[in-house]
Design a protein around this ligand. Structure first.
Ligand code: COA
Length: 330
């Protein structure tokens, strides 16, 4: 068995910044409402047209450079996204073309906010068994084009943003290591945060009626999501600690999926962690779903809150419902 590690990380967000004040001009909302309930001040939206693969490419190039490998060394491309360009094939196929890596296997995974850690777990298994040596793992979202940016969609539209984060997972030859990953899901709550249409069980998959009824936009039972998030996050962090015989005091940094600052604060409190040990950048990007963990890792490194040898726990909760964690030596 080999050991795996995150060897390099990269991020990319669209240049176009959309503040809460910009949203006030599109819908009946206020900066105060958004900041108080979510901690979000601004997010980035693509200038159309820009698909997920195109948005991810600069993040991949940075991750490859920082990992000290060459593009041709990549054995496998895994992309986690909720917002692919097309129904099929997956974003990973389009990304592979942009990277000019024909022949390299590609895999899309669709577990929404938990996508990056699910992908990390898949990559970890392939590295451990020795099948692959260098895996490109991407979390990317182009949420903005699918949001209802009117008052009817305001509960969700103010939360989400676009962005991309990429990581190179390689065989570890030093103390850095992905120690464990823990994945969970409960499909009974699938419709508490979902997009109904296009639907795969009727023809045509999309119709004018569906569009008029707003079935193409995300719908969320916000309170249900909140309630589950604040219990599942601490639990899944504790699972990661127990699996590695760590106490919460051993951990240098917890990097949670950036869903909502109120959720993050509640999780920190339940874990007995000072907020300085729980990374947050939601004020800048909003919720970027599968991109949120790699964006946070990249920012945490840039802000020197994450250093080589640190003990880190990553944790997610989101649509599905899905939730997950990973224990890592950075
Ligand atoms: N701006 C202004 N008012 C808004 C609004 C917005 N963007 N969105 C909703 N409102 C209104 C509602 O219509 C409601 O009005 P009413 O009292 O007249 O009916 C009022 O604000 C309160 O709505 P409510 O849904 O009770 O707010 P809340 O305190 O539960 O907060 C969330 C809403 C979405 C912020 C909260 O439920 C939450 O954080 N949920 C988790 C969301 C999440 O993280 N999702 C992603 C998980 S990966």
């Amino acid at each position: 068995m080999f050991r795996s590690k995150i060897a390099g990380i990269g991020k990319h967000v669209p240049e176009n910044v959309v503040t809460n004040y910009d949203l006030e001009k599109m819908m009946d909302t206020s900066n105060e409402w958004i900041v108080e309930r979510t901690g979000i001040h601004e997010r980035h939206f693509v200038t159309q047209p820009c698909g997920a693969a195109e948005l991810a490419l600069p993040a991949c190039e940075k991750a490859i450079l920082r990992a000290g490998i060459e593009k041709k060394d990549i054995d496998f491309i895994i992309v986690a996204t909720t917002t692919p360009e097309h129904l099929f094939p997956g974003t990973s196929s389009f990304l592979q073309t942009l990277l000019d890596l024909p022949g390299v296997p590609t895999l899309d995974i669709r577990v929404q906010c938990s996508g990056f850690i699910y992908g990390l777990s898949i990559a970890d298994q392939f590295i451990k068994t020795g099948q692959y040596q260098n895996i490109l793992l991407v979390g990317v979202e182009v949420q903005s084009v699918g949001l209802n940016l009117n008052t009817e969609g305001r509960d969700i539209a103010v939360l989400f943003g676009d962005g991309a984060g990429a990581a190179i997972i390689t065989r570890s030859d030093d103390k850095s290591e992905i120690l464990s990953t823990h994945l969970y899901g409960d499909g009974r709550y699938a419709k508490d945060l979902w997009v109904d249409a296009p639907v795969g069980y009727q023809s045509p998959r999309i119709s004018k009626e569906m569009i008029d009824e707003g079935r193409i936009y995300p719908k969320m039972n916000g309170r249900q999501v909140f309630k589950h998030a604040i219990t599942k996050f601490p639990k899944v962090v504790m699972t990661a600690l127990k699996a590695n015989n760590w106490t919460i005091e051993d951990v240098d940094l917890v990097v949670p999926h950036q869903a909502n600052m109120r959720i993050t604060e509640s999780v920190a409190k339940r874990l007995g962690l000072p907020l300085e040990k729980v990374f947050s950048n939601i004020h800048k990007y909003g919720n970027t779903t599968a991109a949120s963990i790699p964006l946070a890792l990249d920012d945490a490194c840039a802000e020197q809150k994450l250093k080589k040898g640190d003990k880190v726990v990553l944790a997610t909760f989101g649509s599905g419902f899905t939730w997950s964690s990973a224990a890592i030596i950075w």
